[in-house]
Design a protein around this ligand. Structure first.
Ligand code: CDP
Ligand code: MG
Length: 868
């Protein structure tokens, strides 16, 4: 049926094209006339796009866009059958009124910037406009998202709006996807597209690339902008044109438009006027440090006292979300007498059920009429962002309270839902559904809800003003998570969430002084905040000679680039500013270069199944939970923790197993989880043994992906992966320690000798040997490490993080005689390894030599070390 429809419309277009050539030429001359046409067109659309009226449908197909004057692009209309309800919702989106203008500009230009308020319909609608205009007839339409959540949920939404399947409107993220050869629109994470550039520099599969959420300034999107600024002209030159659409919220667009190195000609900027209602901003008089408590109080108050409308609360992380959701649900239990309660909610609300129920029934019977606000909220609304501090003071909390007490004692049930990026997608989908009738929606979210997802019907925003950041010290390589103030730009984005349905209110749980004096204007682009090793290597593989000269929208710190270059040189991925064969092999794996090297080396040892498992486990964050259940130390919790600690010790084993350290625990944990999974008890197993369930699921996916990657890239290796990995042998455990050293040679630490130790000092003290920074500060073995009792003399670690001290996380023991072989680039030997006189050792039946020299920047001596 669809095919028939398409053919028909194509036929119509052919006819239309001939007829309309003359007319459109006139149109070009007479702008007035054109303006008229636009209006008519709009009218047509709003009447009949639901495909109900035959007459309208005809008109629509023919005069869909006034594009016929453009020789390059014939007007093509590919029909979509839309559900009438969905069509109605679409027509309310501000972007729909601009469809014609947007499509004309896209047709006339190769590179376009499209800025619009969050929720104006960019992500869901622009791909559909392009599809209807025929851009997916021969090649695909690509849409990149910095967040996995967005790639998945947007592809599903668009498929639903277009009444098409996930085979046609698909997504692809690191671990999974639904892409087929029927795919027309492909949503993917920006990292995925960047990998594709590496194998197909001209991106020949696509007719359009949309880089969505460019304002988030994710590293990969930034690099893609730089790359596409060069790819688009190349494609045009070759006669296979490519369109680039950069979409962003209305934030600091000038980084793209005013960057002379980026685009030769400044691309046109389309601004979507969103219908944004005024939002009144209320600052707290004082800033309370305990922002979670404050958020709880404020939300409760809004619920009790303010008129109808959803509440959206911003906190910093998954744990905080869950805590606050629990607290709010306890305070306002949702009653199960509503028939719409589902099984899931039933579980949540099992507590406090009966008594509450009876009370509610009584109250509902009493309350006959709805409480309606008696004041007009418009009267004291402030437009826009409230940059004017005087006005903000006028709207301070106190004044607000006195006025709002008019509306009091709302006894509506509160429908509380969590939202964060790791939340399973069926639970995520709930936030888009209306709350059960008669209840108020309350969503507690991380900054996912700031721009990537728009939740309908929010009237109140509670903003803690906080955000969680992974800080990375450029020089020391130390990472730490800190909760800090967000920027003014994100505070205003958060505020904006309240003004989509009507006038709203935003409660900022901090003072205007804090906002004015401490908040930065904008968030720092990610590229200036994290190590860029993998990017540097990928760019080298694309034969970009001078990475420092790349047209970055915002350039990374030059020192940081230098550090990446150093680390890659240490790994042997780069030599004399060129990528080595090892570097190319490393870059094929979708993991950090140091882990890529471990994979590339281990096939020689037939260790691949173990390395894959280890690398997968190391690449996923927070696999082993530090604290298995909650925060409070009840007897029960203590018992569980005790059991869990002894299990880890048991997992660690003895001999080479124990020396493999925390990596061994990971290997065993993954293996054990696989057994549990085969019995259908994975989730239970994870909870009981202090493993993060989602992390374990990700590790499983990554293992499969890495295995497939190896099968494609190294067909000569015959690799069979049994998910239920048998534990390694003692010899394999030793080889694994060496392989880990080969990837982490820049992260070696040496125990401080007893005589160096001051009186009463902790024994777990180590020195750090990284050559590129003379970090003097000691590092410590963490309590949670299984090696904390053995304290091996030399260790490698996965990362250093800082709390009150610098701690090494993920520790494995190594032997000093391995350094000249596996970290040769950091060794300064008196004679090259090939030169010392080798000798044969009868006992071990091996050939050895003695080497002398130093290791690392602190010149740790290597004297007469026996090397195999
Ligand atoms: O990309 P932009 O922020 O401009 O807007 P969008 O994500 O395309 O969202 C347009 C509208 O679709 C919003 O009003 C969303 O609430 C709605 N939407 C929805 O109802 N369900 C979804 N799964 C996704 C979006
Ligand atoms: Mg969007």
């Amino acid at each position: 049926d669809k095919d028939k429809q398409q053919q028909q419309s194509l036929q119509k277009n052919k006819e239309g094209k001939i007829k309309e050539t003359k007319i459109t030429e006139e149109c070009n001359l007479e702008n007035k006339e054109k303006g008229k046409e636009t209006k008519i067109d709009k009218q047509n659309r709003s009447n009949g796009d639901g495909n109900t009226n035959k007459e309208d449908k005809k008109n629509n197909n023919k005069e869909r866009y006034n594009l016929n004057h453009l020789e390059r692009r014939p007007a093509i209309f590919v029909g979509i059958k839309r559900d009438s309800k969905i069509q109605k919702a679409r027509l309310k989106l501000p972007i729909l009124a601009e469809e014609q203008q947007i499509m004309e500009i896209i047709n006339e230009n190769s590179i376009i910037i499209l800025a619009g308020e969050t929720g104006s319909g960019k992500t869901t609608q622009v791909p559909q406009f392009l599809y209807e205009a025929g851009y997916a007839l021969e090649k695909m339409i690509a849409v990149t998202e910095p967040r996995r959540v967005a790639a998945i949920s947007m592809s599903k939404r668009v498929a639903q709006e277009m009444s098409m399947t996930s085979k046609e409107i698909s997504y692809l993220i690191r671990f999974e996807g639904t892409v087929t050869d029927q795919t027309k629109i492909k949503f993917m994470t920006d990292g995925v597209l960047l990998k594709e550039v590496q194998t197909d520099f001209l991106l020949t599969k696509y007719s359009v690339v949309i880089l969505d959420e460019a304002h988030e300034r994710s590293v990969y999107t930034d690099i893609l902008i730089g790359l596409l600024s060069r790819i688009v002209p190349l494609r045009n030159k070759k006669g296979i044109p490519l369109k680039l659409i950069i979409m962003s919220a209305t934030l600091r667009v000038q980084d793209f438009t005013e960057n002379v190195r980026l685009f030769k000609v400044t691309p046109p900027l389309i601004n979507i006027d969103a219908r944004q209602f005024p939002v009144t901003v209320h600052f707290n008089k004082r800033t309370n440090e305990n922002y979670l408590q404050e958020a709880f109080i404020k939300t409760s108050k809004i619920h009790k006292e303010n008129s109808e409308g959803g509440i959206l609360v911003f906190v910093t992380g998954q744990q905080e979300v869950n805590m606050l959701v629990k607290k709010l649900r306890n305070a306002f239990p949702f009653r199960n007498k509503y028939k719409f309660e589902t099984q899931n909610e039933k579980e949540i609300n099992d507590d406090n059920r009966d008594e509450e129920n009876i009370n509610l029934q009584k109250r509902l019977r009493k309350k006959k009429t709805k409480i309606i606000p008696e004041i007009n909220l418009d009267d004291y609304s402030l437009p826009g962002d409230n940059e004017d501090s005087e006005n903000e003071e006028l709207n301070s909390d106190e004044e607000f309270e006195t006025e709002m007490t008019v509306v009091s004692n709302n006894s509506q049930p509160l429908w509380v839902l969590p939202l964060y990026s790791m939340l399973p997608s069926h639970k995520q989908a709930k936030v888009f559904q209306p709350p059960p009738p008669g209840s108020r929606l309350c969503i507690v979210s991380t900054n996912v809800a700031e721009t990537s997802l728009t939740i309908p019907n929010i009237k109140y925003v509670v903003d803690t003003g906080k955000t969680k950041m992974k800080l990375y010290d450029k020089i020391t390589g130390v990472t730490s998570y800190i909760v800090t103030w967000t920027s003014k730009a994100s505070a205003s984005q958060r505020t904006g969430r309240a003004g989509r349905m009507g006038p709203g209110h935003c409660y900022r749980l901090y003072s205007s002084a804090v906002f004015n004096d401490i908040f930065q204007d904008y968030d720092t682009p990610e590229i200036q905040q994290k190590p860029v090793d993998d990017l540097y290597l990928q760019m080298k593989c694309m034969n970009i000679d001078k990475v420092a000269n790349f047209p970055f929208p915002t350039a990374p710190d030059m020192l940081q680039l230098k550090m990446s270059e150093n680390r890659l040189t240490t790994l042997g991925a780069i030599k004399d500013n060129r990528v080595t064969p090892l570097g190319r092999a490393i870059s094929k794996f979708p993991v950090l270069p140091r882990y890529g090297k471990m994979l590339a080396l281990s096939h020689q040892y037939e260790l691949l199944p173990y390395t894959i498992c280890l690398v997968a486990a190391l690449s996923v964050q927070e696999v082993l939970l530090e604290n298995p259940i909650g925060q409070t130390d009840s007897e029960e919790v203590k018992n569980v923790r005790q059991k869990w600690i002894s299990l880890r010790r048991q997992w660690a084993g003895t001999g080479n197993f124990l020396l493999l350290g925390d990596a061994m625990v990971l290997l065993k944990a993954v293996g054990a989880a696989e057994y549990a999974n085969s019995e259908g008890k994975l989730e239970k197993f994870c909870i009981e043994n202090g493993l993060r369930y989602k992390a374990v699921v990700e590790i499983r996916k990554l293992r499969i992906q890495l295995t497939n990657e190896i099968k494609t890239n190294m067909p000569e290796i015959d690799i069979v992966v049994d998910p239920k990995l048998n534990p390694p042998t003692d010899l394999q455990a030793k080889l694994l320690r060496q392989i880990m050293l080969s990837g982490m040679g820049d992260q070696v630490a040496k125990k401080i000798t007893p005589d160096e130790l001051k009186d009463g000092e902790e024994r777990r003290k180590y020195k750090y040997a990284y050559h590129a920074n003379n970090m003097e500060e000691p590092v410590y073995l963490h309590q949670g490490s299984v090696l904390r009792k053995n304290l091996p003399e030399y260790v490698i670690f996965q990362e250093i993080y800082e709390t009150n001290k610098m701690y090494m996380r993920g520790v494995t023991a190594i032997e000093p005689e391995w350094l000249p072989i596996y970290v040769s680039n950091l060794c300064n030997l008196d004679r090259p390894l090939t030169e010392p006189e080798p000798f044969y050792d009868v006992n071990s039946d091996k050939i050895f030599c003695y080497v002398t020299g130093t290791f690392g920047s602190q010149n740790w001596p290597i004297s007469n070390v026996k090397v195999e």
